[in-house]
Each structure stands twice: as C-alpha cells, then as structure tokens.
Write a protein that binds this ligand. Structure first.
Ligand code: ARG
Length: 406
C-alpha cells in the first residue's frame, strides 16, 4: 500500500527540516515540500529545494508567488491602509494565506490527505495556516509537528536533527526568529523578548540605523491609479517594483523600524520588532491621496473598516465572508484614488510633503483665506445655528440641572 502524503510548508530552516524527517519517521507519511517565493531576501531557493530533497522529501516544489502576493494580497492591504494595532503592516499575516492557497492546490493535485506546517503552538501563524486550509478544503487534515513533538528545547531539536544527518545551519547562532517577504521583515525572540531592551543593531537588515543615515533628505514621488502605485519619480513601474524601490530608499534613510508590544490572537502579548520601509511609505502615501480624494463621510467610515480589516486579517480570517465583503467595500472606494504623492525621507523619518490629483476634492476657492475666497459666510452662520440647536435646547432644559454648582 502506498504511503499517505503530506504537503509541508517548507522554509529551509531547522524547524521545517526536522518536520520532514519527523513526518516520515513518526507518522509514516510521504512528504511533498512546498517552498513559496514571496520575496524573502535571505535565501537561495535552489539550495532550499535541494535541502528538502536531501532531508527526505519526495518532491520539493519552488513556487513563485510574488506577483500573486502583490496583486491579490498586498493590493487589498493597501486599499485598507492595513496596520494592526495602528502599527504593524501585517507582513506575516498577509503571506500565510497565499502560501495556504498553494498548499491546498498542491495537496489536491497530488492527492495528499495532509497539510503540515512548522509553527509553534504559541503564535498566530498556526491559526492562519489551519483556518486557511479549512476554509479552502475542509477535507484536508492538518498536522503541526512542532506542536506535537517532544523536542521541547532548541538544543534537543538540534541533537535530534544531527543524529539524523540533517544539516544544522550556522545561522542558528542567531537567537532570533525571522520571517520576511516583500512587505517587510519580522523579528522575535532572543533579547527582544525583554520589552525594556533596545533592539541591538544586528537584528536589522533592511534599514540602516537612522543615526547613520545620509545627512541629505531624499524626495520620492509615487504615482497612483485607482489606489495602486503605478509610477515612481515619473517612471512607470509595477506595484512590485515600487515596493522594492521603497524598501531600498526608505531603508537607506533608516525609515521603517517598528518596535511594539502586540496582542496575539491566542491571548499572549509579545514584543515584536519589524522593519517595513516599503509598506509603511506606500501606505503613508496612499493615505495622503485618500485625504485629498475621498469625501468626508466615506473617509471616516472607511477608517473604521480599515481597523476591522487589519484585526481580522491578523486574526487568521483572510478567507472569510466578512473579509470578502469588506474587500468589496474597500475596492469600491478606490476608483478616484489617483494622482501623485511626494515623500521626503530623512534620518529615520518620512513625511508626506505634497499631493495632487485630478479628482482632488480640495477646492482652493473654498479653503483660502485670501482674495479668491468664495465661501458663503452667512450660510456658515445659519448652519452653525441649526447644527448647535440640540445642544442649546439641552443646555436650557437639562444642562444646568446637571451642574447645580454653576
Ligand atoms: N507577530 C507577527 C504576526 O503574527 C509576526 C509573526 C512572524 N512569524 C514567525 N513565524 N516568525 O504576524
């Protein structure tokens, strides 16, 4: 009888390498490793593919998900100006669903009854993988070796790996847990677990220390069409290229570092450090253009939707009817979000210094205090009179009674 198959989300690191061997040895499964390219920097994907095969996977598929990640995932995050707890642009929370989609596709294609991931029981990613799989194909079973095995310490895991000939990377000297993709880089563990400790400079890769950044500011103009970046400094570019360029430029000016204590889905607070120069600058520019082009009530309402969207996506509900409906709302808001935004990077800071749009709702003649002023002041007086009417009636009848001392 042929073995049952498991499709494993493989990163090339120690955990998922041990997962391959463990699934084979402990569960008697055949393992198909899927290596998703979502724009992560550090790794040579061919090398990772060979490593998966050498560790015992029967297949190792490298899948380039970058374009899809940008079109289907980052675009929606940008429409939502998505920042979890007002800070974190959801780097990992956005990449998990695209990985899940491919894991499920591969499982269906190969007739695998299992999908496996290398997440621990403490994080958000386990929920994102598993709820994603259940949303896309509830017949597939999930297996989470790291949550199940009894290799409780890093040392025990290394020993287990070495005993089975799994190469243990030198990067293990680094105590940090890193995840990265086009949208940025996440760092946890080691000294970062102490929320009082300043992150050591060695943890940063995409950004220079702001103190070391150039003394000259750099200006960048981003062109948008219906909510998506289409040009940088006047040169037509894809969204993907714009993100890469902004990661480079923002990073060179020390912009994009985030240091926060965030609330994980499972109820634990954790100290997280991120560097996301591209994501934060494109979101800042997009927001500035929305300020100019979205009508007031829509803008206010959208802001609430944005916060819900970010929390929901963080909380592993990418594939869900509410999220889908919010996406439809957000997409509808983007029709006139076209124009240009000028950014200024300087020593760790980013400022929006200019914005323009052919759909701008900013009306100079209405806004100016100069000679061109066309605003009707009498109308304002009448408006304020009626607008304040309920307050006045309340004050006359009840307000005083509530404040007897006055
Ligand atoms: N705290 C972030 C999130 O939940 C980052 C998680 C990074 N994941 C990892 N396996 N290192 O989205």
């Amino acid at each position: 009888m042929s073995k049952e198959k498991a499709v494993l989300a493989y990163s090339g690191g120690l955990d998922t390498s041990v997962c391959i061997k463990w699934l084979i040895e402990e569960k008697g499964l055949e393992v198909i490793a899927v290596i998703g390219d979502v724009g992560q920097k550090r790794q040579d994907l061919d090398f990772i593919q060979k490593k998966a095969l050498a560790t015992g996977a029967s297949e190792a598929l490298v899948i380039d998900m970058r374009e899809e990640f940008v079109q289907e995932y980052l675009s929606k995050a940008l429409f939502a100006n998505a920042l979890y707890e007002d800070k974190y642009p959801l780097v990992s929370a956005l990449s998990r669903p695209v990985l899940v989609k491919h894991l499920v596709e591969v499982a269906e294609q190969y007739g695998a009854s299992w999908i496996a991931h290398g997440c621990t029981g403490k994080g958000n990613d386990q929920a994102r993988f598993e709820i994603g799989v259940r949303a896309l194909n509830p017949n597939i079973q999930i297996i989470a070796p790291v949550r199940e095995w009894d290799l409780l310490t890093r040392d025990a895991e290394i020993e287990w790996a070495q005993a089975r000939g799994i190469p243990v990377p030198v990067t293990l000297a680094s105590p940090y847990s890193i995840d990265d993709n086009l949208w940025g880089r996440t760092m946890e563990c080691g000294i970062l677990e102490d929320p009082w400790a300043e992150p050591p400079s060695e943890v940063f890769e995409l950004t220079v220390d702001p103190e070391q950044a150039p003394d000259e500011p750099e200006y960048v103009t981003i062109g948008f069409a219906s909510g998506l970046p289409v040009a940088l400094n006047g040169n037509p570019m894809s969204f993907l290229e714009v993100i890469e360029a902004l990661n480079r430029i923002g990073g060179a000016h020390g912009f994009g570092r985030i240091d926060m204590v965030e609330n994980r889905l499972i109820g634990v607070k954790s100290r997280e450090v991120y560097e996301t120069p591209g994501a934060l600058s494109v979101i800042a520019a997009h927001k500035a253009l929305e300020e100019l082009t979205l009508e007031r009530d829509l803008l206010r309402y959208k802001h609430q939707v944005e916060q819900d969207w970010a929390a929901y996506v963080y909380d592993a509900k990418w594939f869900s009817p509410l999220k889908q409906a919010l996406d439809a709302f957000l997409a509808d808001t983007q029709t006139f979000v076209s124009g240009e935004v000028r950014l200024k990077f300087y020593k760790g800071s980013l400022r929006v210094v200019g914005r323009k749009s052919e759909y701008s709702l900013y009306d100079f003649d209405l806004a100016t205090y100069g000679e061109e002023d066309s605003f009707d002041r009498d109308a304002a007086a009448h408006f304020v009179e009626l607008y304040g009417l309920t307050t006045e009636v309340w004050a006359r009848r009840q307000g005083r009674a509530q404040r007897p001392e006055q």
